[in-house]
Structure formats: structure tokens, C-alpha cells
Design a protein around this ligand. Structure first.
Ligand code: FAD
Length: 431
């Protein structure tokens, strides 16, 4: 029976980062992936971040297959036929800060770095269960004949649906208010049209996130990202809201495409790809214990996603790297117990991963407490109506208009006191 130092389940950003880190230190590592190749089954918005990629690949990050370097990020508050825009554009983001990317290309390239470092790729193979002996995890069973793989540590990086995490009992089936379901279309357009429509040059890119009437009164967010020759347009809504309303996410996407501000950006484009995927949005409270005897869990499988800032791949890469570093140290001591591997939990706790999730830990509760219709439909509508009133020159005095705008937003929230309470709760939830 061949035994490895580590078996990594899942060749997404978390698993590949863990495998790369360990293989570089000379550990024997299997990188297991159910897809035909890494990225074949993966979907995101999506934005990739330089800093955490550079931490792992200081000499190679420049070669990452990315689409556009993002120099402008926007948040749109959507009314039915209106939009109020907030945004920031800065040449300093050319350092670069982040890019748009395609998982099918990026994951393949990223996992290839792990393989180049010495990890053994085993693709088109599904890990079906964990093998345990005396309370310890000692390997994984796969769907291949004689496919048991033994290792000192199993790295569970199998994404949001984490079969292995559930089997281990570190977490239950995610609750409908802990995950959102997002659908995304890739709409192809000539490069020149993208540059013109988004006021870009060369390989510059822009992102737009949109909230408001486009999510049909449900807790959700849409996104529109520029790629080289396509636009990624998607919308994600909490599964609990979808269950309650019985609305299908693709219906929301179809409606969003008709919004005048979006329609003009995508018109003439050809939709070639359409897919859906869950996003972990349970926040800090949903993050399970991250290690045990013979195992660690990383990335989406452990709910390590900062949904406020649409950061997931970078948390996945960093958690994978920490897991790898912990296993390297465990090998030096010959100790793969929970006590030794919990160093990984402490690394995550001391890093931006836990600290950022902690910062927003109140938000999940707040979103459950407040009627999503108020936050995601009525208030955005009122903000757009107030903006219209302020800017529409119709002979009424500016003082009248200002009074209308303020009163309209206050009344929508249920009165001055309710608006102040909402603002205070919102502030507390993110601080
Ligand atoms: P995954 O990327 O899901 O990788 C898990 C891997 O495990 C997959 O390759 C899968 O095939 C494999 N696998 C699963 N089960 C098994 C098994 N039993 N056996 C073998 N292999 C298995 N993040 C960002 O940073 N920026 C964004 O803009 C962004 N936008 C997003 C938009 C959408 C619509 C979605 C769905 C997500 C978005 N995210 C974004 C989040 C980001 O995609 C995830 O946080 C990130 O991919 C997590 O990486 P991971 O390696 O933990 O999991």
C-alpha cells in the first residue's frame, strides 16, 4: 500500500495552493480532482487578487492567465428604470491590484504550478469518503477501482458542497441562509465595443456590482465584469429567499438584462456560456473547526468567503498555503494530531481571513432580521426617486426638493427613528 504525506481533495485555488506549498518542500502529495482538469467544473464572477497570488508565486504571478487589469470598481443602486452610481477609478490600481479571470484557464495554470513542484495529479477522480482508523483520518476512498489513497494528512478543499466536510461532521448541510445561488452568463462582444462602452484602454478593466430592484426584493447582488472579449453578467440571491419566493435566479438575470443601464452595455453581444453555482455566505459563525486528527479543511469547504468584498479565491489560496505550511511543520515533528494541525486554525485566526470575517460577523444576523424587501427593493427605489427629484429642474425650489428627498427616504424606512436605528445597526454590523 502506497502512502503519501498528504492527499489534497480538490484542485481549486485552495487545494492547488496547499499542494504547491507542500510539494515545493519535498513532501509527497496527491492532488485529486473530479473534473477532467482543474477548473473544468469551476465557476466564479470573477475577480482574482494579486497580493495573495504573489504570496504563493512570487516569481510567477505575472504569468497568470488573466483577462483585464481592474482600474475601476463601481456599485450601482438599482431602481426599476433608474440607477444611482458610486465608483472609484484610479491609475494606481495598475500596480496591479486585481484582474478579471476565467477559472477554466486560471485553475488549470495554478494547479500546473503544483504539479511542476512535484505534486502528483490524479484527475477525473472523485473522493467518495474519508478512510478513518481509530478516530483518525488516514486517507480517502475514490470512485476508482482499488482507488484508496492513504496519507498522513488529508486536505479537504472540495468546495462549497464539501461532501467530505459533511461526512466528517465538522459542518452540517449548509442552511438556506448560509449560501447564495448565483447564475452567470458570458456575453461575447468585440474588444473595441468593450473598451468604448466602459471607457477603457488596452488591457484595463472595470467591475460593476449592482444591488436593488434587480434582485426582486430578495437579499442579493448582481455583477458585471469586463473580460478581454466578453462580459460576465451574473446575479446571486440567498437560497432562503429563492425557496420562499420560488423565483428562479435565471428569471432575475433575464430581467436584469432588460434594465436600461445594463441593456446598453451588453447589447449586440452573444451569450455563449451559462452556469450556476453556490457561494458560501454564512460568515464567521458558519466557519467550522479547521483541523482534526489527520485532516485540515480550506477555502469554500470551510465557508472562508468574504461576501461583502466578493473575496473568495484569495481566502482559498491563503488558507491552502497555511494548511500546507502547517503540514510541513507537522512532518518535521512526525505529529499529525489535532494538537499539531491546529496551528493551521491559529494561522487563519491571526490573518486577514478571520479578522475580515469577524469585522462583518454581524451582517449575516442583520440581513436575517430585516425584511429583504426594505433593503433590496424599497430603499434603493427611494434613493433613486430622491436623486431624480434633486436633479430634475421643474421650477420647485431646491429646499422643497431636499425636504422631499430626505422625507421620502425616512418614510420608506418607517420614519426618522427607524432610519436611524437601521443606520446604527448597519454600522454595528460592519464594525
Ligand atoms: P473551488 O474553487 O470550488 O474548488 C473545489 C474543487 O474541488 C473543484 O475543482 C471541484 O471540482 C473539486 N471537487 C469537489 N468535490 C470533489 C471530490 N469529491 N473529489 C475530487 N474533487 C472534488 N471569489 C473571488 O475571489 N472573486 C470573485 O469575483 C468571486 N466571484 C464569485 C462569483 C460566483 C458566481 C461564485 C459562485 C463564486 C465567486 N467567488 C469569487 C468565490 C470563489 O469562487 C470561491 O471562494 C473559490 O473558488 C473557493 O476555492 P476553493 O478551492 O475552496 O473551492
Amino acid at each position: 500500500m502506497e502512502k503519501f504525506d498528504a492527499v489534497v481533495v480538490g484542485a481549486g485555488p485552495a487545494g492547488a495552493a496547499a499542494a504547491m506549498t507542500m510539494a515545493r518542500a519535498g513532501l509527497s502529495v496527491v492532488l485529486l480532482e473530479r473534473g477532467e482538469f482543474p477548473g473544468a467544473k469551476n465557476l466564479f464572477g470573477g475577480v482574482l487578487y494579486r497580493r495573495q497570488l504573489e504570496d504563493i508565486l512570487p516569481d510567477e504571478w505575472q504569468n497568470a492567465p488573466v483577462e483585464r487589469q481592474i482600474i475601476e470598481q463601481n456599485l450601482w443602486i438599482m431602481g426599476k428604470d433608474a440607477v444611482t452610481k458610486l465608483g472609484h477609478r484610479n491609475e494606481a490600481f495598475k500596480s496591479p491590484n486585481c484582474w478579471t479571470g476565467m477559472r477554466v484557464k486560471f485553475d488549470q495554470w495554478f494547479a500546473e504550478r503544483a504539479v511542476a513542484a512535484g505534486a502528483l495529479p490524479v484527475y477525473e477522480t472523485v473522493a467518495t469518503e474519508l478512510i478513518r482508523e481509530g478516530g483518525k483520518v488516514v486517507g480517502v476512498r475514490t470512485d476508482r477501482e482499488h482507488g484508496d489513497l492513504y496519507a498522513d494528512v488529508v486536505v479537504i478543499a472540495d468546495g462549497v458542497n464539501s461532501l467530505l466536510g459533511k461526512a466528517l461532521g465538522v459542518h452540517q448541510e449548509w442552511q438556506p441562509d448560509q449560501v447564495s445561488l448565483a447564475v452567470k452568463e458570458q456575453i461575447f462582444l468585440p474588444k473595441e465595443k468593450i473598451l468604448d462602452r466602459f471607457n477603457l484602454e488596452g488591457d484595463e478593466g472595470a467591475t460593476i456590482e449592482f444591488v436593488g430592484e434587480t434582485s426582486g426584493g430578495m437579499t442579493g447582488l448582481g455583477f458585471l465584469y469586463t473580460n478581454k472579449e466578453s462580459i460576465s453578467l451574473g446575479i446571486g440571491v440567498m437560497v432562503s429567499d429563492l425557496k420562499r419566493t420560488r423565483v428562479k435566479p435565471y428569471q432575475l438575470l433575464e430581467q436584469a438584462k432588460q434594465h436600461p443601464a445594463i441593456r446598453r452595455l451588453i447589447q449586440g453581444g452573444e451569450t455563449k456560456e451559462y452556469a450556476g453555482h453556490l457561494i458560501p455566505e454564512g460568515g464567521l459563525k458558519a466557519v467550522p473547526q479547521l483541523s482534526g486528527d489527520g485532516w485540515v479543511i480550506c477555502g469554500d469547504a470551510a465557508q472562508l468567503v468574504n461576501f461583502v468584498h466578493r473575496e473568495g479565491t484569495n481566502l482559498a489560496m491563503t488558507s491552502g498555503r497555511y494548511a500546507g505550511e502547517t503540514i510541513i511543520a507537522a512532518k518535521q515533528k512526525g505529529d499529525y494530531s489535532r494538537a499539531a494541525l491546529s496551528h493551521y486554525d491559529r494561522q487563519v485566526a491571526a490573518s486577514f481571513i478571520r479578522k475580515d470575517l469577524k469585522k462583518y460577523q454581524g451582517l449575516h444576523g442583520l440581513l436575517n432580521e430585516i425584511d429583504p424587501k426594505l433593503l433590496f427593493s424599497q430603499l434603493p427605489k427611494a434613493v433613486n426617486e430622491a436623486a431624480f427629484e434633486m436633479l430634475n429642474v421643474d421650477g420647485r425650489t431646491k429646499a422643497e426638493k431636499q425636504r422631499f428627498a430626505i422625507n421620502h427616504i425616512k418614510e420608506t424606512a418607517g420614519g426618522t427613528w427607524d432610519l436611524l436605528k437601521l443606520g446604527w445597526k448597519g454600522w454595528r454590523a460592519i464594525n
